[in-house]
Design a protein around this ligand. Structure first.
Ligand code: FES
Length: 159
């Protein structure tokens, strides 16, 4: 039998939030935002619980989660490498950064390393085009990046 992990349990805080939003318009998006804030993605077991509490089909939740790119169905790595693919970054070689990260980590975009440490995500303009091409890791912004600089950036998180 599978043991309950943190992901499979609806926290008291979330339960209270869902109760509060249960009958309000637009509640599903708000609740899913809160779920992702808590777990960094939308775990399947939690999606199931939410469907149950709101008395809606699970398919409706997956419809919303897959429609909005913001929501994630897979757990991201401890360090989610967000490569900006906005126009300025794209023109300055963001796709080379992605290819090099894929090489270095041996995973694809949307993937997570087996040890759960890193994941790669392609994102829209993060608002610092003057620094293109840009990589964000949490709150850290790495600008004017070259592929040669990437091993050093990764080493920073390899403790
Ligand atoms: S296009 Fe990358 S920060 Fe704007």
């Amino acid at each position: 039998m599978a043991t309950a992990t943190k992901e499979t349990i609806l926290t008291e805080g979330l339960k209270a939030f869902i109760e509060e939003w249960k009958d309000r318009p637009g509640n599903l998006i708000m609740i899913l935002h809160k779920v992702q804030e808590e777990y960094r993605y939308v775990p399947r077991e939690i999606a199931f619980e939410v469907a149950h509490i709101l008395d809606i089909p699970l398919a409706k939740i997956y419809g919303v989660v897959t429609f909005y790119h913001f929501f994630k169905l897979e757990k991201p790595g401890d360090h989610n490498l967000q490569v900006c693919m906005g126009t300025a970054c794209y023109l300055k070689g963001a796709s080379d950064l992605i290819s090099e990260l894929e090489n270095l980590l041996d995973i694809g975009v949307g993937g997570t390393t087996p040890d759960g440490k890193f994941s790669i995500e392609a994102v829209r303009c993060v608002g610092c085009c003057g620094l293109a091409p840009v990589l964000m890791v949490g709150d850290e912004v790495y600008g004017k990046l070259t592929t040669e600089m990437l091993p050093e950036v990764l080493a920073h998180y390899n403790d």
